[in-house]
Write a protein that binds this ligand. Structure first.
Ligand code: COA
Length: 243
């Protein structure tokens, strides 16, 4: 089958869409290009009751992979890397080029979009949606670094980076334009959650439009309410026995 070796290399983690160099994440444009080529150059065929691109069948796992994927509607597409001791609860979908590192938890109704990079020991709570990005080719995928806790229903898109140990409360929604009010450092940032920040959903008034001001309209933002402490760790401690 064409592209078999390329997909196997993505699955083993040897080839990655993005890599951390120092604190920067570098996008490997050739890899994204090649993923697009797979879509372009493979035909749609019937297989096991599905019809999809021939090369992009669902992944299967062996004892050696040491991944726990509970049956019931979950699919991990060919060309997605799943590290050892990852747990994937149904139904979830992990798309091509995604990288989910060791010991992470992918809870029910989670989407890990194409090329998204998820670190070690990350908890993706129920209904988390991580947007995918194959095109534009140079765009950075969403990145969630090691030891982050991503609360229920969080949505991350447009190349947002969540740095190590950050905690996102349920319902935080971030795209590149959403301002993040850091009340600890009294500053407004975009696109990146700092190491160990605890982020909750917030609202802000619209100041740029007088009519909106008169109407007392508010729109969504995110607020860094504190840094992760002992209390946060116990609020996000998980039932290890379920793993
Ligand atoms: C985000 C979270 C970890 C914070 O826990 P914590 O560190 O114990 O937070 P604290 O109780 O110290 O709260 C600090 C401040 O943030 C506020 N806050 C906490 N969680 C909030 C939330 N979800 N939304 C809005 N504000 C929140 C508190 O009211 C408090 O504000 P104050 O200082 O003005 O009183 C916790 O709220 C949480 O989301 N837990 C996990 C839920 C989840 O998704 N579980 C998985 C299900 S599958």
């Amino acid at each position: 089958m064409p592209y078999k070796d390329f997909l196997a290399s993505l699955e083993s983690g040897q080839t990655r869409v993005a890599q951390k160099i120092g604190t920067d994440w570098q996008v490997n444009i050739e890899v994204k290009q090649k993923i697009l080529e797979v879509f372009k150059n493979t035909k749609i065929v019937a297989m096991n009751g599905f019809r999809d691109k021939e090369a992009l069948t669902a992944r299967t796992f062996t004892e050696e992979d040491n991944v726990r994927m509970v049956p019931g509607g979950t699919s991990v597409r060919a060309g997605a890397h799943i590290g050892k001791n990852v747990v994937i609860m149904p139904p979830s979908y992990v798309n091509i080029g995604a990288y989910v590192d060791e010991q992470s938890m992918v809870d029910s109704h989670v989407l890990v979009g194409s090329c998204a990079q998820i670190g070690k020991r990350v908890h993706l709570s129920t209904a988390v949606q991580i947007g995918g990005v194959l095109e534009p080719i140079g765009n950075r995928p969403v990145i969630v670094e090691d030891d982050c806790f991503v609360g229920a229903g969080v949505i991350l898109t447009e190349g947002i980076i969540v740095r190590e140990k950050a905690v996102l409360a349920p319902g935080v929604k971030l795209s590149a334009s959403v301002p993040i009010y850091d009340i600890i450092n009294q500053t407004i940032i975009k696109g990146e959650i700092p190491v160990g920040a605890v982020v909750v959903p917030g609202t802000r008034p619209i100041l740029s439009n007088n009519w909106a001001k008169e109407q007392n309209l508010s729109i969504a933002c995110a607020v860094i309410i504190k840094h992760k402490d002992e209390k946060t760790s116990s609020a996000t401690a998980l039932e290890n026995i379920l793993r």
